[in-house]
Ligand binder design. Structure first.
Ligand code: FEO
Length: 167
């Protein structure tokens, strides 16, 4: 059984993951408006992946007999200025999420909840991967800037992203 404090912290993370999905969906629609099919494809899968993160936490709370309390999801920004701007915001957001996951692990340790600690390690590793992957995209976009040929190549590359899994 989860402690009340652990359940509250996990519920907050469910909300944060749903917000991430919303955040990336807003970026997806920006790429759609620019007809950048590859970037759009990548971001749609990113939004789906966040939804899967939320559900992984949701299932865990239920499995541990915790009370699910669904919360309001904030409205994400609707204005984006460039492809680079979008990915800089993705990286910033993922760094923030890494901090949230670390805080969750701190709560689990403090509560001596070893099962939650073990469960959360998956998210710890996932954040390392996300930050590294998005950081590489930001680096490339910084080199490319507004060069259409470079953006075209990157659009092709990001269009190859495979569907997300959370196993
Ligand atoms: Fe759910 Fe991108 O972290």
């Amino acid at each position: 059984m989860l402690s009340e404090r652990m359940a509250k912290a996990l519920n907050d993370q469910v909300t944060a993951e749903f917000y991430s999905s919303y955040f990336y969906l807003s970026m997806h629609s920006y790429f759609e408006s620019l007809n950048l099919e590859g970037f759009s494809h990548w971001m749609r899968f990113q939004a789906q992946e966040e939804m899967m993160h939320a559900m992984k936490l949701y299932d865990y709370i239920n499995e541990r007999g915790g009370h699910i309390i669904l919360q309001t999801i904030d409205q994400p920004p609707a204005e984006w200025h460039s492809v680079l701007h979008v990915f800089e915001k993705v990286l910033e957001h993922e760094q923030k999420v890494t901090g949230m996951i670390n805080n969750l692990v701190d709560v689990a340790l403090d509560e001596r909840d070893h099962a939650s600690c073990a469960f959360l390690q998956w998210f710890v590793s996932e954040q390392v991967e996300e930050e590294s992957h998005v950081g590489a995209i930001v680096n490339k976009l910084t080199m490319v800037k507004d060069d259409p040929a470079g953006l075209f190549v990157m659009d092709q590359e990001l269009g190859k992203r495979l569907p997300p899994t959370v196993e």
